[in-house]
Write a protein of this length. Structure first.
Length: 386
C-alpha cells in the first residue's frame, strides 16, 4: 500500500466475528465483489479467538478493528491478522499504545491510525472546540508520536468525518503534514443513495488530487455494496483495471421507441452474470444512439420494433426488438473472445443499409431534431426579412 501500489478497496464485515463460518462467508463475498482487504471487528475474546480460525482461511488480508481494549489488539496479533486499526480516540494510554506498537513491530504488522470525528480524543475536542480538520490531524500526529517512540513506522492513517467538506479538508491537511499511506472514507455516510453520493463526493475529490492509497465506502447497506462501489469508483477513475461490466445508457427521452430503463436493467443483469469486462451501451433510439455511444466497446440502440447492434459505432446486426438483449449478450461474448476487428469483419451483410433505412424512417416520423441546415436556412430567411 502506498509507494505507487494501486489504490485498494476495503470493506468491513457485519457478522459477529465469533461466528467463524458466517464471517468467512461474508469475507469471500466481499472479496468477490472487489474488496482487496477486509476489516473485522475484534471487540471481545470470542472475536479474537474467531480471528485465529478466520485469518488462515481468508482469501484477502484481514485487519482487526480495535476500540478501547489494547489487549484485544495483542490478541488479534497472536491470532495472525495482517493489520490492525487502532482508534486513538478511545485507546488513549501511551503505555498501552506503545505495547501494541512493540508487538506489531516484532511481527511486522502494519497499524492504521484510524481517527474518527465522532470519537475524537476528548482532550483534543476540548482544545479545538469541535472536530475540526486541525483537531483530527492533531489526533493522528499524537498517535504517530507514541508509535514512533517504539521505532514503529509501518503506518496508515485515516481522518474520517461524516461532513464531506470537513472530510476533504482533513485529508488535504493530513497529506501536507505526513507522508504515510492514507485510508480514505466518509464516516457514517448512511443508507443508499445519499451514503453513496457523500462517499463518492469525498473520496473521488481526493483521489483526483492524488491523495489516498486505500478507500472504504461506509454505507448503511449490505457490505457487498460497499466493496462493489469502491471497486467501481476506482475503475471509473482509471485507477484500477476494469474487471467488470461498465454499462452506459442514455437517460431516455421522447425519441425513445422502447422502455430504456427496463431494457438497461435487463441487459445489466444478464451481462453482469456473464462477467464480461467491457463497456456496453444501451441507447433508446437508433437516430442518436450509435453515434453518441461510439466510444463503447459494444451497444444496442432501439428502433421501431428493431434493435441495432453496434461495435465501436458500426452497426453489425439488426435484430427484432424482443431479441435485443439476447443478441447483445451473444455478441458481447464473441467480442471478448475474438476482438473487435474480427467481429466487425463478421458483420451481417446489409446491416448498415438496413440500419440507415430505419433511421430515415424514424426521422420522417419523428422529425430531425438535429437538422441544423434547415434551421439555419430558416434563421437566415427570418433575418433577411425587411
Ligand atoms: S439516445 Fe435517443 S432516446 Fe436516448 S436520450 Fe438520446 S435521443 Fe433520446
Amino acid at each position: 500500500m502506498g509507494g505507487g501500489a494501486p489504490v485498494s478497496v476495503q470493506s468491513m464485515t457485519t457478522t459477529k466475528t465469533a461466528d467463524v463460518d458466517g464471517t468467512l462467508a461474508q469475507v469471500y463475498a466481499l472479496a468477490a465483489a472487489g474488496a482487496d482487504i477486509v476489516r473485522v471487528t475484534c471487540n471481545n475474546v470470542d472475536a479474537a479467538r474467531g480471528l485465529a480460525a478466520i485469518v488462515p482461511r481468508s482469501p484477502v488480508p484481514i485487519v482487526a478493528d480495535i476500540h478501547y481494549q489494547y489487549r484485544l489488539a495483542l490478541a488479534a496479533l497472536e491470532a495472525g491478522v495482517q493489520g490492525l486499526r487502532l482508534n486513538p480516540g478511545n485507546i488513549r494510554k501511551p503505555d498501552q499504545i506503545r505495547a501494541v506498537a512493540r508487538e506489531a513491530k516484532d511481527r511486522r504488522i502494519p497499524i492504521r491510525v484510524g481517527v474518527n470525528a465522532g470519537s475524537l480524543d476528548r482532550d483534543l475536542l476540548k482544545e479545538y472546540g469541535s472536530a475540526t480538520p486541525e483537531a483530527l490531524v492533531a489526533s493522528a500526529l499524537k498517535e504517530i508520536g507514541y508509535l514512533a517512540e517504539e521505532g514503529f513506522d509501518d503506518i496508515k492513517i485515516s481522518v474520517k468525518h461524516s461532513h464531506v467538506p470537513s472530510m476533504v479538508d482533513s485529508y488535504r491537511l493530513l497529506s501536507e503534514t505526513v507522508h504515510f499511506p492514507l485510508h480514505l472514507g466518509v464516516t457514517e455516510a448512511g443508507p443508499l443513495p445519499g451514503g453513496l453520493i457523500k462517499s463518492v463526493a469525498g473520496i473521488a475529490t481526493l483521489l483526483l488530487e492524488g491523495i489516498g492509497d486505500t478507500i472504504r465506502f461506509s454505507l448503511t447497506a449490505d457490505p457487498v455494496e460497499e466493496a462493489k462501489a469502491g471497486r467501481q469508483l476506482l475503475e471509473y477513475l482509471d485507477l484500477r483495471e476494469r474487471t467488470g461490466l461498465d454499462l452506459i445508457a442514455c437517460p431516455s427521452c421522447g425519441r425513445a421507441e422502447v422502455d430504456v430503463l427496463a431494457l438497461a436493467a435487463e441487459a445489466q443483469a444478464k451481462l453482469e452474470e456473464a462477467e464480461l469486462p467491457i463497456q456496453v451501451a444501451v441507447m433508446g433510439c437508433v437516430v442518436n444512439g450509435p453515434g453518441e455511444a461510439r466510444d463503447a466497446d459494444i451497444g444496442i440502440a432501439a428502433g421501431r420494433g428493431k434493435g441495432h447492434l453496434f461495435i465501436e459505432g458500426q452497426v453489425v446486426r439488426v435484430v427484432q426488438e424482443d431479441e435485443m438483449v439476447e443478441a447483445l449478450l451473444d455478441e458481447a461474448r464473441k467480442l471478448v473472445e475474438e476482438g473487435a476487428e474480427a467481429r466487425m469483419a463478421a458483420a451481417d451483410a446489409g446491416a448498415e443499409e438496413a440500419a440507415a433505412r430505419d433511421r430515415r424512417q424514424l426521422l420522417e416520423i419523428q422529425g430531425d431534431a438535429n437538422d441544423i441546415r434547415s434551421r439555419q436556412a430558416k434563421v437566415s430567411e427570418i433575418a433577411a426579412r425587411p
